[in-house]
Design a protein around this ligand. Sequence first.
Ligand code: SIN
Length: 309
Amino acid sequence: MDLSSVIAGVEFPIGLMNASGALCVTQAELEALGESEAGAIVTKSMTPLAREGNPLPRYVAIEGGSINSMGLPNLGYPAYVKLIPELKRFKKPVIASLAGLHPDDFIEGAKALNASGPDLVEVNLSCPNIAGKPQIGYDVDETAQLLSAIRNIFSIPFGVKLPPYFDPIHHQQIAGVLQRIGVAFVTVINSVGNTLVVDPELERVVIKPKGGFGGLGGRIIKPVALANVRAFWKIWGDRIPIIGTGGVENGTDIFEHVLCGASAVQIGTVLVEDGVGVFTRLAREVTECLERKGYPSLMACRGKLQEME
Ligand code: SIN
């Protein structure tokens, strides 16, 4: 089965990869992704300086998903800038995820990444887990300002990772900005930010940072993810490729994301829970699903979701 995809001119042998954040902080984790059947290697969102991240516990698996408040633990972009050329030996696209706590962080990060040569850059506008730093993607003006400042710096195609939006007007507004800027792709969705999981026995929150508030991921958020993929597909069609993220546990979930309009799919919670071997299972399951439905390739079903008359 042809599970390949092309995003911004970059060829993915399989349109399946890790979500930034899932098992992609260290050199060993990134190399394990290189050796796995993942169709790309996506780095952890990088900041200028290495970060330990938020205090533990900061990730907990819950029924139907996970809650996290990692706080951007990463090696710092100087380390990833050195690592990325080495990751090219795995002969699959490398996507650098770029974050920042200040607009200058993104500008300096963009300059450093140009020299390092990832295939694509995913600019993270949606980390919900840094106290006092709102998710940039929820502020249309700030998003426009930041992306205007960095777009002329990048010599590499860049896209953005967005938070979930819950109203069509917000999809329209952010889509207008992204189209004007000319982003090469969008990744939707980051975790559903600032949710709260309660342990009723202990009468306590389950993660330590931010009073227990954290980003919700996993199966439980699939309908939110699918709605966001679909909303952007309805606005853009195939003009701006969409990477669907959220709630993928099996091959049918991948099929659903692509049916809604995704050109590739990222895996978060189930990768953290099951390890990199999950890509082998997912590739087999989505192949079986496509064969059963009579599609010749993964991209043959892209955007084909039917609405009712
Ligand atoms: C984190 O490190 O807190 C998660 C990153 C993200 O959600 O963008």
